[in-house]
Design a protein around this ligand. Structure first.
Ligand SMILES: *Cc1c(COP(=O)(O)O)cnc(C)c1O
Length: 389
């Protein structure tokens, strides 16, 4: 089945739900069993589909989303947790113990880096970082103790495309698992398991939910790694609530049409900005001049609504004058909703493998408004930027 069909059908069982199109929202802590034998059987089979033992471990509502996400990303099975960062943490913790090493891309989501350095570091797990454009060169950075190679493509804030198949081949040769943060593509424009990824995590908070009203993370794995990661999720005990799961499932059904529009509008804005004198360069792998464009064309089937802009040498107050006066683009953390966002960014303090020295930079999320209105808003913004000097 093609992806557009998968996202409209996977995880639905109207025949079991009295014909209702969508699954009901199961609210539960306790799940009852009629006999001791039944109770014991379900405990023994607790991670199998259709087996429910306790609210913390999920419900049929959770199972519907998990099944649909696994089908979309092309993995074995899925699970959901309370946030995207929670998904990253549970995935990494499934593989490491004191004395182990994590190799992480330098452009990874900032709080994921912080979790590795500040939190895992206290428990004797060391993390080092690699240049997102290194490809098979990561072989030189692998250690005997490397258990996880963590990738994100394109990178948070800076949008470098990685050669994931090349990195995955090196990781697998050394017996390490490849965990990918696949949030940017929504799991729709990039098929992680077809490119060597073992565990795919998403901040479903972003494009899967799509309406800026829910925090939720998803994890999908290969058959080989499923049990280990499922146990890690259970041990960390940060479940997603059934109402949030339901909203994520509802968002998923329209992912394809929303992403198509996000893609189109982002490319329109990026192409317009590229030709403006106030702009030094655009960080968007869908543009032919982008250094990651060739690999993006090889591995991805589209681009989403989030991209970066390097401005000419403007002062901080000038950038603030531009952003403060925007009418349609709002400022705030997160992205992936229907509304356009704009943020000043500062990648430099987070880079350790290779210094980042381009500034000022901003990040744009192209929402579902009319692109002409968005261009108008940006044009007025650039006027404020130059007027301030
Ligand atoms: C937002 C985000 C996360 C974290 O997800 P939350 O649901 O906010 O915890 C992880 N990775 C990327 C790339 C993100 O943009």
């Amino acid at each position: 089945m093609k992806r557009d069909t998968i996202i409209t059908t996977a995880g639905r069982e109207p025949d079991k739900n009295h014909g209702f199109v969508n699954p009901p929202v199961y609210h539960a802590s306790t799940i009852l069993h009629e006999t001791v034998a039944d109770l014991e059987w379900s405990r023994g089979h607790r991670w199998e589909p259709g087996v429910y033992t306790y609210g913390r471990h999920g419900s049929p509502t959770h199972a519907a989303l998990e099944e649909a996400m696994a089908a979309l990303e092309g993995g074995w099975r899925g699970m959901c947790v309370g946030s995207g960062l929670g998904a990253i943490q549970a995935a990494i913790l499934a593989f490491v113990a004191a004395g182990d090493h994590v190799l992480m891309v330098d452009s990874a989501y900032g709080p994921a880096r912080r979790f590795c350095d500040a939190f895992l570091g206290r428990f004797g797990v060391e993390t080092t970082y690699f240049d997102p454009r290194l490809g098979a060169g990561v072989a030189d950075l692998m250690r005997e103790t490397t258990k996880v190679v963590f990738v994100e493509s394109p990178g948070s804030l800076t949008f470098e495309i990685m050669d994931i198949p090349a990195v995955a081949a090196v990781a697998h040769d050394a017996g390490a698992a490849v965990i990918m943060d696949n949030t940017w593509s929504g799991g729709y424009f990039f098929q992680p398991f077809a490119h060597g990824v073992d565990v795919s995590v998403q901040a479903a908070t972003k494009y899967i939910v799509g309406h800026s009203d829910v925090m939720i993370g998803t994890i999908t794995t290969t058959e080989e790694h499923w049990r280990r990661v499922r146990q890690s999720v259970a041990d960390q005990a940060a479940p997603s609530g059934p109402d949030d799961v339901y909203l994520a499932l509802r968002g998923l059904r329209t992912l394809a049409v929303r992403l198509g529009r996000h893609q189109e509008t982002a490319l329109t804005l990026a192409q317009w900005l590229r030709d403006r004198p106030e702009v030094r360069r655009i960080m968007h792998p869908g543009l032919p001049e982008d250094p990651g464009h060739e690999i993006w064309r090889r591995d991805f089937s589209g681009s989403s609504g989030l991209f970066g802009v390097v401005l000419q040498d403007y002062s901080k107050p000038a950038v603030a004058a531009m952003l403060d006066g925007m009418k349609l683009f709002s400022m705030g953390a997160s992205w992936g909703g229907y509304e356009s966002l704009i943020l000043p960014t500062d990648p430099a303090p987070m880079r350790t493998a290779k210094a980042w020295n381009e500034a000022p930079t901003i990040r744009i999320h192209a929402g579902l408004e009319d692109p002409d209105d968005l261009l108008e808003d940006l044009e007025r913004g650039l006027e404020r930027l130059t007027a301030h000097g």
